[in-house]
Ligand binder design. Structure first.
Ligand code: NAD
Length: 258
């Protein structure tokens, strides 16, 4: 079997949080194109249902939509139980749901701070923990978390200390889980994208006006597209990355190089 065939994900059962749109939807599309059956998990169930229907129709795979808020342990556990009930197993978890708030540190309320940490860091922990329990029993599985280049640098000019701190936490959480589960068949990695054109950036009233400044700072002079994160995630999900765990994949057009 050639390397491209080996990278296919035929029959793998995968859930994607924040899968209704943006990076989650794009990566879920790549998983479906590679042959996987999907569960699209999101708080926006209407959009998640549209995405699941589109993936199933275009790729002749199974795709279901599940409503779950990643900050709520009981919803996360029920979501993972539903995936296992539907598909009989869980091969890959893409823990990707996240938000950003741009608020100066001295003005940030406790609730605003907590909301970002709860979704971006605690949400990834709860989701990876629930997935990990199933995968450890199976003796196999791959978990991919979405961190950010904001784990490595402090973005300017926008003030986003809670986001940066949450994403740095995702990298260290990823490495910790990778070590705990390394001998038991469960791999844990993360991706650190640079600026990517999605709702989170293109349609955010606070971020949209900054795009020209970001592009002026970017070595490639542009933002990334969600599709430019697909192949690394397909690699991490599949059976050609069996020696890859505890790694963070920076995909940022060299933004963090200087
Ligand atoms: P997006 O806003 O387009 O999509 C995020 C999705 O997550 C939405 O569908 C939303 O409904 C869902 N979501 C939000 N809160 C949730 C919750 N509590 N439970 C379940 N689902 C929830 O954003 P995106 O740009 O696609 O970002 C996806 C991930 O990538 C995030 O973790 C983000 O921090 C990260 N990221 C984005 C960029 C970028 O420039 N867009 C860069 C680096 C990292």
């Amino acid at each position: 079997m050639g390397i491209i065939e080996k990278m296919r994900l035929d029959g793998k059962k995968i859930f994607v949080t924040g899968g209704a749109r943006g990076i989650g939807k794009s990566v879920a599309t790549a998983f479906a194109e590679a042959g996987a059956d999907l569960a699209i998990v999101d708080v926006d169930i209407a959009e998640a249902e549209k995405t699941a229907a589109e993936l199933a129709e275009n790729n002749h795979v199974q795709a279901i939509a599940i409503k779950a808020d990643v900050t709520k342990p009981e919803e996360v556990d029920a979501m993972v139980a539903k995936v296992v009930e539907t598909y009989g197993r869980l091969d890959v978890a893409f823990c990707n749901a996240g938000i950003c708030m741009n608020i100066p540190a001295e003005e940030m309320t406790f609730e605003q701070w907590k909301k970002v940490i709860d979704i971006n860091l605690t949400g990834v922990f709860l989701t990876a923990q629930a997935a990990g329990k199933v995968m450890l029993k199976q003796g196999s599985g791959s978990i991919i978390n979405t961190a950010s280049m904001s784990a490595h640098i402090v973005n300017v000019p926008q003030p986003q200390c809670s986001y940066n701190a949450s994403k740095a936490g995702v990298i260290q959480l990823t490495k910790s889980l990778a070590i705990e589960w390394a001998k038991r068949g469960v791999r844990v990695n993360c991706i650190s994208p640079g600026y990517i054109g999605t709702e989170l950036t293109l349609n955010s009233p606070s971020l949209k006006p900054l795009i020209e400044q970001w592009n002026a700072m970017a070595p490639m002079g542009r933002m990334g597209k969600p599709e430019e994160l697909q192949s690394v995630c397909v690699y991490l999900a599949g059976d050609t990355s069996t020696f890859t765990t505890g790694s963070d994949f920076v995909v940022d057009g060299a933004f963090t190089c200087f």
